[in-house]
Design a protein around this ligand. Sequence first.
Ligand code: GDP
Ligand code: MG
Length: 727
Amino acid sequence: MSTPITIALAGNPNAGKTTLFNTLTGARQHVGNYPGVTVEKKAGAYTFPTGEEATIIDLPGTYSLTAYSVEEVVARDYLVQEKPDVVINITDASNLERNLYLSTQFLELGVPMVIALNMIDVAQDRGISLDAQKLSALLQVPVIPIIARSGKGAAELMAAALELARKKAPWNPLHISYGEDVDLALHTMAQHITTAGFMKDSYTPRWLALKYLEGDSQIREKGRGNNPVVDAQLQEIVARVGEHLHKTMETYPEAIIADHRYGYITSVLRQEVITHKFDSDRLHASDRIDKILTNRFLGPIIMLAVLLGLYKFTFTYSQLPVSWLAAFFGWVSGNLSALLPDGHLKSMLISGVIDGMGGVLGFVPLIMFMFFGIAILEDSGYLARVAFMMDRVFRIFGLHGSSVMAYIVSGGIAGGCAVPGVMAARTLRSPRERLATLLTVSFMNCGAKLPVLALLTATFFSKNQAQLMFLLTLLAWGVALTAAKILRLTVLRGESTPFVMELPPYRFPTFRGLLIHTWERTWQYIKKAGTTILAISILIWAMMTFPGLPESEEQNFARQRQDVAASSAQTTEALQLEKQLAAIDTAQAGSALRHSLAGRIGTAMETVSWLPGFDWRTNIALVGGFAAKEVIVTTLGTAYSLGETDPEDNASLSETLARDPHWNPMVALALIVFVMFYAPCFVTVVCISRESGSWKWGLFSICFNTAFAFLLATLVYQGGRTLGFAG
Ligand code: GDP
Ligand code: MG
């Protein structure tokens, strides 16, 4: 005879465990104690209709799996150490929301589980009806309605448990997203835990990290004994995130975790799992707000209006400070130009550093306004609703609702970054959906693309900046979703998994929290501009300066100057002479730029880049943009600054572009589209490769995106020209 299957009954106190236990095992019970504690341990025997035997354990009732009480420690230790074949989670169907709090934790632990919806008789009396199938599909575990007292449904329940036990599936933990701060901490902690092999026999790294964040005393104590060094590292991360949450939201990790778990449950129940007959007036304030904000018809309209409002707000209020900063950089470069002697140092400082990086730093006010607006949406809880609504759309495109958050983090509204977006895709359990998300998040308008978009829209579409930004956002989502759909129909074909979005309650953002969030992100932007972007700017300046003009060309220009001087000696028109000499200077600067390493690369690329209307300067900028997209602005700034010879002229890059004959709105639009969709920046490519486990996918994203962007930009430019929009 084979060893009996072990089945553990777990659930909240008074959910009906003992009643079910008695129904199943009758008199075949054995009562003992768990070692070292006074908690009763009851085990019983059950025989399946097939003749197979099972040992059933009646675990102590608990509300949670965190070590708040002896019962919880006992129940958890039993699950983790004894690893029963199946856990039957008994829930009180008349009080489902609260009971699912424990179920969620079982899911997070990953135990093979069947949910028994007990007391459906009581639920019915209270006018609550439940859709067990829907609940089962959403949680991805079997859900069986039962009445423990009469034994109704018990046979089906045991059949489901037997089926699950036979599968012997490995534990498959659910990952709930706990918001950016906690997720990041969890991720870092899990990495430490994995690297150190910390307590690896019993718990998964993420689960351990979660327990540390929840302040689980038992786990912490074990951890300290196991490896004090790793324990201290983890404690430090916990302290750091705790402090941060306290500062920004006046809350603490445990509360955030509980909030998101309840959010998860709320959104499960809201997906037509539970219907109340009598108590519509008992809805919470958050639920009432959601009735409108996530309404099937009103919701999306409000969402679009909020988005447009955000852009209007950003572009309207940032215009003035942005122009101040531009004037300031013009003034600095004018003064420096007058102070410094001619030479490479002056050229590097003015053309490389100020005119290059100034372009990126000049948009700091705009970035700040944008981040402030997004912080309001995020801290109030509205962003979670956006994700909730977008889920319906995402499913059509073969993506998962968790992808929505990854898109938003990557810049789905504007100003994020694809790197954390790629990381956020970790919450996806299906590898194909995950890969489809990884490969498409970089289409969003991240913070690095913002200065490029801001520059070009301010120069060529200054009257409709907000509207254009709005349309470009929709375009980014449209392209990303279409690309995902194509991937899901071809290389990444497969089933889609159900999705449950966490909906935290609405709360009033604190002004302090908003300021901190805004500043943190703005500071990151400034820091990046001052380090990475500065270094690349100088490198590109050097590539645009060396090797310089060959001797023969230099002489050629010198001869031209002499000729002009000689011929005008007779006419004595001083003004005329100066103009002619300036024209020669400009020609020489332009020629030197074309002769430089970068100039040659850019010029060579013109053989194809004429199609979308890009000249060699733009080509250099786009190559540099692979290192970081902000570099596109800095490179254009440097290129036009190097070609500029009049020291009196302190025109901003925007003004220079506006009067350059090569540029027009069609070129700008083609460039915008190209920048939005071509190869992700280098760091993102590295992340995509790492997260997908293969360089193949990183390479794929470079080639696929660039080819697609080229096609689209060409269509825009050639289409626009054909229709007569540009010269
Ligand atoms: P435990 O704390 O989980 O062991 O819960 P018990 O098994 O002691 O049950 C708590 C109470 O709920 C008892 O009074 C049971 O009779 C009652 N109960 C259990 N299951 C059902 C059910 O399906 N329907 C109804 N109406 N009552 C039930
Ligand atoms: Mg009991």
